[in-house]
Design a protein around this ligand. Sequence first.
Ligand code: GTP
Ligand code: MG
Length: 553
Amino acid sequence: MNKTYLIRRLYNFHENILKRHQVQRYKSSICTDINEFIVYDQFICKRRSQSKRSVLVQVSSENSCCDLYSYCSKFGSIINMFHYQLAGSNHFVLTEFDDQSAVSSLLDQSTFIEESNIISVRSPFLWFRSSSSKNKSKLIEEHKFNFPFQTNQTMIEPNIKNIGLGKLDSLSDQMLLLLERTQLNEIGTRLRFLTAMQIENSLKGIFPLSKVLPFGSSVNSFGKIGSDIDLVLMDCKITKHKTSRLIFHGKCMSNSRTHIQRNIEILGDLIQLFLPGCSKVKRISQARVPIVKYSQDFIGVECDLAVSNETAVNMSELLYIFGNFDYRVRPLVFAVKMWAKEINLTNDVPGRWITNFSITLLVLFFLQQEKIIPNIQKLVKHADNNDVRITNEGVNCTFVRDISKLPRTVENKKSLDQLLHGFFDYYASFDFNTNAISLNYGKAINKPEYSALYIVNPLEVHFNVSKNMSSEEMERFRIELRNAAWMIESSLVNTNAFNILDLFKGYEINKKKDTLFTIQHQIRNSNRLVTIKDLFEDNLPTTEEDKRLNKQL
Ligand code: GTP
Ligand code: MG
C-alpha cells in the first residue's frame, strides 16, 4: 500500500464520519423544529417583518461588503448581511436592519440614476457605487471579524450527483442529506418575501391595505432551492379606526373572471414597465387561475403572480401543517419529488403530466395510511373559533392552525427507507382505475368521474387536483412506481444497502437509453448505409456480433 493511497483512505474515512455527524445533527435539528412548531401566521408575519427591514444591494464584488456595511450602518443597526453571486458575475448583499425606520431613511438618502431614459423608482433594490480601493482595504481590516456577514450563499440547486449521497450507506441518511442540501435555504426564503414586498410597495400608495403573499412551495415547507415563487395579491381588510366618521370612498370590485383578467393585464404592465429587475413578463389571463409570469433577475427566479387566490394561501398553510407534523414527512416528500423530477415524470412547464403538488398530496395520503399524519377531517374537528376561515371565493378553509393542540403521539416508528419503499409498494398496487384519493377522509373513495388520476382537492372537494393528467402519463407513472418498488426491494434483500441515485435513473429512461444504444451500435457496426426509413420500419441491419449472440442463445 503506498502513502497516497493510505492518505486518501484516511481522508474518505474522515469525510464519511463528518457526513454522518452532519446527518445526525440535522436529524436532531428537524426533530426540534417539529417540537417547536410555529403557527403559519406567525411564520408569515416574522418573514414579512424581516423583508420590511431589508434591502438588496448589488455590489461590484464580495470585497465591497465591508464598505457597504460601514456606509449602511449610518442609517441604523445592521443585524444580518447575506452575500450571494448569480450565474453571471453579479454580486448581491441582502442587508437586514433591526428597525424598519433605518430602511426608510436609507431609501430617503439614496439617489436616482440621472439618465433621462431611466424612470426613477423607489424600491428595496439598489446598487452600491464603489469607493477607492485604498479605502476599501482599510475597511476590510477594520471590520474583518465584527459584522454579521454570511458569504457565498447558495442560490442554485446543487447537482445531486455531487452532494455525497453515495458515501452514506443508509438510505434514510441519504434522504436526510438530500433534504438538507436541496431544501429552500434561509437566503432563498428571505429573498422570496422581499420579491413579494417589491410588488406590495409599488401598490401601497393607491391600495394601502393590499398585501402580496408568497404561497406554494416557497412557504409550505416543501420548497427547493431555485423553485419558482408563487405570489398572490390580496386586499386584506382590517378593522382599524372602526369608530371614525370619515370613510374613504371606494370602487366597486367584482370577483368575476373578466375583472380578474383585467387586473392581471394591468399588473403585467406595471411589472413590465416600472419595476426594476423584472423581465420576461407574460400575462396568462386565459388560464383557470389567471397569472402574470415574470422573472426577477436580481434573485434569479421565476415568479407567478395571481390575484385574490385566498384558497391557495390556505392550501399552503394546510401543507405547512402536514410538513411540520412529523420529522419524516419532508424527507419523504423531497425524495419522491426528486425521483419524479429525475426520471422526467414531472416537468417545469404545465401539461398532461403529474405535478409536484399532486405528488406531494400522494405522499401525504400514503402517510395518512401509515397513521403518521392525521386526515383533514380530524384537523377540522379540532378547529376552534379563531381557526374559522371562509375565503373571498366562498371556500371554507377551517381547520386547526396550531398543531400543538392536537394529540401527536405517533405509534408508527418506521424508518425513512421503510417508508420510501412503502410508498412505491403501496401505489404500485393501488387501484387507480376505480379509486380516488381523499386526504379529507384519509382513505380511497370511489372515483366521482373518469380521470386518469383522481386526487380530491382537499379544500374544494368537488375538484380533482390532477385533472390535467393523461392516461399515457398515468401509465408511465405506474410503470415507474413498480420499477422503483422492485429496485429498492431487490437491492435491500440482496445487499442490505441501496444508493438513492440508482432510483433516479428510472425504468423508462433506461429503456430509452438502451434502445438508443442498440440503434447506435447497429448503425456503427453495419456494413450498409442506414436510412431514417430503416429506423421507422425497424429494419436495422443485424451485426456479426448480434448473429453470434443469437446463435449462443
Ligand atoms: P413547485 O413545483 O416547487 O413550485 O411546487 P408548488 O407546490 O409551488 O407547485 P406550483 O408552483 O405548481 O403551485 C403553487 C400552489 O398552487 C400549490 O402549492 C398549490 O397550493 C396550488 N396548486 C397547484 N396546482 C394546483 C391544482 O391543480 N389545483 C389547485 N387547487 N391548486 C393547485
Ligand atoms: Mg411553486
